[in-house]
Design a protein around this ligand. Structure first.
Ligand SMILES: C[S@@+](CC[C@H](N)C(=O)[O-])C[C@H]1O[C@@H](n2cnc3c(N)ncnc32)[C@H](O)[C@@H]1O
Length: 236
Protein backbone atom coordinates (compact mmCIF):
# COMPACT_ATOMS: atom_id res chain seq x y z
CA UNK A 1 0.00 0.00 0.00
CA UNK A 2 1.36 3.44 -0.89
CA UNK A 3 2.21 5.80 1.95
CA UNK A 4 -0.44 8.34 0.92
CA UNK A 5 -3.10 5.62 0.68
CA UNK A 6 -2.25 4.31 4.14
CA UNK A 7 -2.37 7.89 5.51
CA UNK A 8 -5.78 8.37 3.93
CA UNK A 9 -7.00 5.10 5.43
CA UNK A 10 -5.73 6.08 8.90
CA UNK A 11 -7.47 9.43 8.55
CA UNK A 12 -10.71 7.73 7.59
CA UNK A 13 -10.44 5.33 10.55
CA UNK A 14 -10.08 8.34 12.88
CA UNK A 15 -12.86 10.23 11.22
CA UNK A 16 -15.21 7.30 11.18
CA UNK A 17 -14.87 7.27 14.98
CA UNK A 18 -17.20 10.27 14.86
CA UNK A 19 -19.95 7.80 13.95
CA UNK A 20 -19.54 6.24 17.35
CA UNK A 21 -20.21 9.66 18.86
CA UNK A 22 -23.03 10.59 16.57
CA UNK A 23 -25.70 8.24 15.35
CA UNK A 24 -29.46 8.53 15.39
CA UNK A 25 -29.58 6.00 18.21
CA UNK A 26 -27.08 7.84 20.40
CA UNK A 27 -27.70 11.58 20.48
CA UNK A 28 -24.61 13.43 21.67
CA UNK A 29 -24.02 17.15 21.16
CA UNK A 30 -20.24 17.01 20.89
CA UNK A 31 -20.47 14.02 18.58
CA UNK A 32 -22.93 15.86 16.35
CA UNK A 33 -20.71 18.93 16.15
CA UNK A 34 -17.61 16.89 15.24
CA UNK A 35 -19.55 14.78 12.79
CA UNK A 36 -21.05 17.79 10.94
CA UNK A 37 -17.68 19.59 10.99
CA UNK A 38 -15.97 16.58 9.45
CA UNK A 39 -18.39 16.58 6.51
CA UNK A 40 -18.05 20.34 6.05
CA UNK A 41 -14.30 19.77 5.66
CA UNK A 42 -14.86 16.91 3.21
CA UNK A 43 -17.09 19.22 1.13
CA UNK A 44 -14.32 21.81 0.75
CA UNK A 45 -12.63 19.76 -1.96
CA UNK A 46 -15.31 20.39 -4.58
CA UNK A 47 -17.86 17.96 -6.03
CA UNK A 48 -15.52 15.31 -7.49
CA UNK A 49 -13.08 15.23 -4.60
CA UNK A 50 -15.95 15.23 -2.13
CA UNK A 51 -17.53 12.29 -3.98
CA UNK A 52 -14.26 10.31 -3.85
CA UNK A 53 -13.76 10.99 -0.15
CA UNK A 54 -17.37 10.14 0.69
CA UNK A 55 -17.12 6.89 -1.27
CA UNK A 56 -14.00 5.89 0.66
CA UNK A 57 -15.51 6.86 4.00
CA UNK A 58 -18.83 5.12 3.44
CA UNK A 59 -17.23 2.02 1.92
CA UNK A 60 -15.19 1.83 5.08
CA UNK A 61 -18.28 2.33 7.17
CA UNK A 62 -20.12 -0.41 5.30
CA UNK A 63 -17.30 -2.93 5.63
CA UNK A 64 -19.54 -4.82 8.03
CA UNK A 65 -23.16 -5.22 7.03
CA UNK A 66 -25.88 -3.23 8.80
CA UNK A 67 -23.60 -0.97 10.85
CA UNK A 68 -26.59 1.29 11.55
CA UNK A 69 -28.80 -1.67 12.63
CA UNK A 70 -31.52 -0.70 10.17
CA UNK A 71 -32.80 -4.26 10.06
CA UNK A 72 -33.56 -4.42 13.77
CA UNK A 73 -33.96 -0.85 15.02
CA UNK A 74 -37.49 0.14 16.02
CA UNK A 75 -36.45 3.80 15.69
CA UNK A 76 -35.63 3.31 12.02
CA UNK A 77 -38.80 1.32 11.45
CA UNK A 78 -40.76 4.31 12.77
CA UNK A 79 -38.76 6.68 10.60
CA UNK A 80 -39.41 4.61 7.50
CA UNK A 81 -43.12 4.34 8.30
CA UNK A 82 -43.31 8.12 8.78
CA UNK A 83 -41.55 8.74 5.46
CA UNK A 84 -43.93 6.38 3.64
CA UNK A 85 -46.84 8.20 5.27
CA UNK A 86 -45.30 11.50 4.16
CA UNK A 87 -45.24 10.64 0.46
CA UNK A 88 -49.00 11.05 0.16
CA UNK A 89 -51.47 9.20 -2.04
CA UNK A 90 -49.45 8.93 -5.27
CA UNK A 91 -49.26 7.05 -7.54
CA UNK A 92 -45.63 7.74 -8.48
CA UNK A 93 -44.36 6.20 -11.67
CA UNK A 94 -40.70 7.25 -11.37
CA UNK A 95 -39.10 7.44 -7.95
CA UNK A 96 -35.60 8.41 -6.81
CA UNK A 97 -34.21 7.47 -3.42
CA UNK A 98 -31.08 9.42 -2.56
CA UNK A 99 -28.62 7.77 -0.14
CA UNK A 100 -30.32 4.37 -0.15
CA UNK A 101 -27.56 2.77 1.94
CA UNK A 102 -28.04 -1.01 2.20
CA UNK A 103 -31.58 -0.94 0.83
CA UNK A 104 -33.72 -1.55 3.91
CA UNK A 105 -36.01 1.38 3.15
CA UNK A 106 -35.63 0.76 -0.61
CA UNK A 107 -37.28 -2.64 -0.21
CA UNK A 108 -40.25 -1.17 1.63
CA UNK A 109 -40.52 1.67 -0.89
CA UNK A 110 -40.37 -0.57 -3.95
CA UNK A 111 -42.96 -2.92 -2.43
CA UNK A 112 -45.43 -0.06 -1.88
CA UNK A 113 -48.52 -0.04 -4.11
CA UNK A 114 -48.18 3.70 -4.82
CA UNK A 115 -44.71 3.30 -6.28
CA UNK A 116 -43.58 2.31 -9.78
CA UNK A 117 -39.92 2.20 -10.85
CA UNK A 118 -37.42 3.05 -8.12
CA UNK A 119 -33.92 4.36 -8.82
CA UNK A 120 -31.91 3.98 -5.62
CA UNK A 121 -28.64 5.92 -5.46
CA UNK A 122 -25.74 5.89 -3.05
CA UNK A 123 -22.15 7.02 -3.04
CA UNK A 124 -20.93 3.78 -1.41
CA UNK A 125 -20.34 0.82 -3.72
CA UNK A 126 -20.31 -1.53 -0.75
CA UNK A 127 -23.67 -0.32 0.51
CA UNK A 128 -25.06 -0.79 -2.99
CA UNK A 129 -23.81 -4.38 -3.18
CA UNK A 130 -25.81 -5.23 -0.05
CA UNK A 131 -28.80 -3.21 -1.25
CA UNK A 132 -28.83 -5.15 -4.54
CA UNK A 133 -28.84 -8.46 -2.68
CA UNK A 134 -31.56 -7.26 -0.33
CA UNK A 135 -33.80 -6.21 -3.22
CA UNK A 136 -33.26 -9.32 -5.36
CA UNK A 137 -36.61 -10.39 -6.73
CA UNK A 138 -37.98 -6.85 -6.93
CA UNK A 139 -38.04 -6.10 -10.63
CA UNK A 140 -38.88 -2.39 -10.22
CA UNK A 141 -35.61 -1.33 -8.53
CA UNK A 142 -32.38 -0.25 -10.15
CA UNK A 143 -29.29 0.96 -8.34
CA UNK A 144 -26.86 3.69 -9.33
CA UNK A 145 -23.66 4.82 -7.69
CA UNK A 146 -22.60 8.42 -7.31
CA UNK A 147 -22.74 11.49 -5.14
CA UNK A 148 -25.97 13.44 -5.21
CA UNK A 149 -23.92 16.64 -5.27
CA UNK A 150 -22.65 16.18 -8.81
CA UNK A 151 -23.82 12.78 -10.07
CA UNK A 152 -27.53 12.57 -9.34
CA UNK A 153 -29.48 10.43 -11.85
CA UNK A 154 -31.04 12.58 -14.59
CA UNK A 155 -34.77 12.03 -14.00
CA UNK A 156 -37.37 13.42 -14.24
CA UNK A 157 -38.91 11.84 -11.14
CA UNK A 158 -42.43 12.04 -9.75
CA UNK A 159 -41.16 11.43 -6.24
CA UNK A 160 -37.75 12.00 -4.68
CA UNK A 161 -36.90 10.83 -1.17
CA UNK A 162 -33.89 12.06 0.72
CA UNK A 163 -33.83 10.74 4.24
CA UNK A 164 -31.13 10.92 6.92
CA UNK A 165 -28.58 11.99 4.34
CA UNK A 166 -28.06 15.75 4.10
CA UNK A 167 -25.58 15.85 7.03
CA UNK A 168 -23.03 14.34 4.66
CA UNK A 169 -23.04 16.98 1.94
CA UNK A 170 -21.61 19.63 4.27
CA UNK A 171 -21.95 23.14 2.89
CA UNK A 172 -23.29 21.92 -0.46
CA UNK A 173 -26.93 21.62 0.51
CA UNK A 174 -28.02 24.50 -1.72
CA UNK A 175 -26.35 22.78 -4.71
CA UNK A 176 -28.08 19.51 -3.83
CA UNK A 177 -31.42 21.32 -3.52
CA UNK A 178 -30.93 22.85 -6.99
CA UNK A 179 -29.96 19.50 -8.54
CA UNK A 180 -32.87 17.60 -6.99
CA UNK A 181 -35.44 20.26 -7.80
CA UNK A 182 -34.28 20.19 -11.45
CA UNK A 183 -35.02 16.46 -11.50
CA UNK A 184 -38.54 16.77 -10.12
CA UNK A 185 -41.28 16.48 -12.73
CA UNK A 186 -43.92 19.24 -12.63
CA UNK A 187 -46.28 18.32 -9.78
CA UNK A 188 -43.57 16.02 -8.36
CA UNK A 189 -43.10 15.50 -4.64
CA UNK A 190 -39.87 15.77 -2.65
CA UNK A 191 -39.81 14.19 0.81
CA UNK A 192 -37.01 15.00 3.25
CA UNK A 193 -36.46 13.39 6.65
CA UNK A 194 -33.82 14.40 9.21
CA UNK A 195 -33.31 14.74 12.94
CA UNK A 196 -35.18 17.61 14.54
CA UNK A 197 -34.49 20.48 15.23
CA UNK A 198 -31.42 20.34 12.95
CA UNK A 199 -33.87 19.54 10.15
CA UNK A 200 -34.84 23.24 10.11
CA UNK A 201 -31.35 24.18 8.92
CA UNK A 202 -30.96 21.16 6.64
CA UNK A 203 -34.30 21.67 4.90
CA UNK A 204 -34.10 25.46 4.56
CA UNK A 205 -32.46 25.46 1.11
CA UNK A 206 -35.23 23.21 -0.18
CA UNK A 207 -38.08 25.25 1.25
CA UNK A 208 -36.72 28.39 -0.37
CA UNK A 209 -35.84 26.67 -3.61
CA UNK A 210 -37.44 27.18 -7.02
CA UNK A 211 -40.96 27.79 -5.80
CA UNK A 212 -41.52 24.45 -4.08
CA UNK A 213 -44.63 24.50 -1.93
CA UNK A 214 -44.76 22.95 1.51
CA UNK A 215 -47.38 20.18 1.56
CA UNK A 216 -46.88 18.77 5.00
CA UNK A 217 -44.39 19.06 7.84
CA UNK A 218 -44.52 16.52 10.65
CA UNK A 219 -42.25 16.38 13.69
CA UNK A 220 -42.22 12.97 15.35
CA UNK A 221 -41.22 13.43 19.01
CA UNK A 222 -39.50 10.08 19.30
CA UNK A 223 -37.97 9.32 22.69
CA UNK A 224 -34.62 8.36 21.13
CA UNK A 225 -34.39 11.36 18.85
CA UNK A 226 -37.09 13.57 17.33
CA UNK A 227 -37.19 13.71 13.55
CA UNK A 228 -39.00 15.74 10.94
CA UNK A 229 -40.63 14.63 7.71
CA UNK A 230 -41.16 17.42 5.19
CA UNK A 231 -43.12 16.96 1.96
CA UNK A 232 -42.70 19.60 -0.78
CA UNK A 233 -44.32 19.84 -4.20
CA UNK A 234 -43.13 21.37 -7.42
CA UNK A 235 -46.10 23.23 -8.90
CA UNK A 236 -47.56 21.50 -11.98
C1 LIG B 1 -27.35 7.37 7.30
S1 LIG B 1 -27.48 6.57 5.76
C2 LIG B 1 -29.21 6.84 5.43
C3 LIG B 1 -29.87 5.69 4.72
C4 LIG B 1 -31.38 5.87 4.46
N1 LIG B 1 -31.61 6.94 3.52
C5 LIG B 1 -32.16 6.09 5.73
O1 LIG B 1 -32.95 7.03 5.80
O2 LIG B 1 -31.99 5.31 6.65
C6 LIG B 1 -26.73 7.71 4.66
C7 LIG B 1 -26.37 7.11 3.32
O3 LIG B 1 -26.10 8.20 2.44
C8 LIG B 1 -25.01 7.87 1.62
N2 LIG B 1 -24.40 9.12 1.15
C9 LIG B 1 -23.66 10.00 1.87
N3 LIG B 1 -23.30 11.05 1.12
C10 LIG B 1 -23.83 10.83 -0.10
C11 LIG B 1 -23.81 11.57 -1.32
N4 LIG B 1 -23.17 12.73 -1.42
N5 LIG B 1 -24.47 11.06 -2.38
C12 LIG B 1 -25.14 9.87 -2.30
N6 LIG B 1 -25.17 9.13 -1.17
C13 LIG B 1 -24.55 9.61 -0.08
C14 LIG B 1 -24.11 7.01 2.49
O4 LIG B 1 -23.28 6.17 1.73
C15 LIG B 1 -25.12 6.25 3.34
O5 LIG B 1 -25.39 4.99 2.78
Amino acid sequence: MSRSRSHTNSLFHCLSGAYALSSPGAPNRLGDVLHRLMYRVVALGGGRIQARLLRRMFDLHHREPDRWSYETSSYDRERFTAVLRGIGPGPYERVLEVGCSEGVFTRALASDDRVGAVTAADVSLRALETARRRCEGLSNVSFVSGSVVNEAPPGPFDLIICSDMLYYVGGRRAAVARELVKRLAPGGILVLEHVHPESGRLHASFIHSAGLEVLERTVVRHSIRPFEVLALRRPA
